[in-house]
Write a protein that binds this ligand. Sequence first.
Ligand SMILES: [Zn+2]
Length: 60
Amino acid sequence: MDRKLLDILVCPLCKSKLTYDKKAGELICKADRLAFPIRDGIPVMLEEEARSLSPEEEVE
Ligand SMILES: [Zn+2]
């Protein structure tokens, strides 16, 4: 995942910066507690495709 790409990516809902979860291969919005998938190296920035984080999931 390209660092520069990560810098320009924002959450489509709240426009805040995303955190890259390398292990899960997801982009996390801490504010909305949503995880956006990365497919074939391309971040899927769609609310419909995002996964809601469970309360147990730690967002650093
Ligand atoms: Zn958000």
